[in-house]
Design a protein around this ligand. Structure first.
Ligand code: HEC
Length: 146
């Protein structure tokens, strides 16, 4: 009996998740959450809080690069509001500007992956260029809700 209840709850939960994930607002927030997590590793690395790990760095840059691909497609018409989106209306009023910002993020993360920095000094330049994208895009195309 206990198992049956647990199973029923699991089914409800999983179905809820599936519907959830289909929403573009949720999808792009999930994508950015992953970018944020990758950034956490890189930020700790740059601050020297964790030992330099070339594989972890490469994986973080790869994760960001994957996130950048088709990122603009996650902002279709009709997804301007809802799910507490922080997407700025500028994404829809200045589509070419937004798409350019996404392309730059893709290009810079791609370069960082290819640079495959072996030590902290090589890492610094790649990190700086990638991190600049977060700031530039968020300043214009994200409205942070408190
Ligand atoms: C091309 C634009 C763009 C770039 C580049 C970008 N972001 Fe974002 N980011 C957004 C937008 C737009 C949102 C809001 C999405 C929404 O709420 O619908 C967002 C949201 C986020 C969030 C909140 C996710 C959540 O939980 O809802 C985090 C964390 C984040 N970005 C981290 C980063 C980091 C770190 C970088 C750089 C490595 C970065 N972003 C680069 C556009 C960008």
């Amino acid at each position: 009996m206990k198992n049956a209840v647990a199973l029923a709850l699991a089914a409800v939960f999983l179905t809820g998740q599936a519907v959830y994930a289909a929403e573009p607002q949720q999808e792009r927030q999930q994508t950015m959450k992953g970018v944020g997590e990758a950034m956490g590793t890189l930020a700790k690395t740059i601050k020297g809080e964790i030992e330099y790990d070339a594989t972890a760095v490469a994986n973080a840059f790869k994760k960001m690069n994957e996130a950048s691909r088709n990122f603009a497609d996650k902002f279709p018409e009709g997804s301007e509001t809802g799910h507490e989106t922080e997407a700025s209306p500028k994404i829809w009023s200045d589509r070419p500007g937004f798409e350019k910002a996404v392309q730059e993020f893709e290009a810079d993360t791609d370069s960082a992956v290819k640079a495959a920095p072996k030590d902290i000094d090589e890492f610094k330049a790649a990190f700086g260029r990638v991190a600049e994208n977060c700031k530039t895009c968020h300043e214009t195309y994200r409205v942070k809700k408190e």
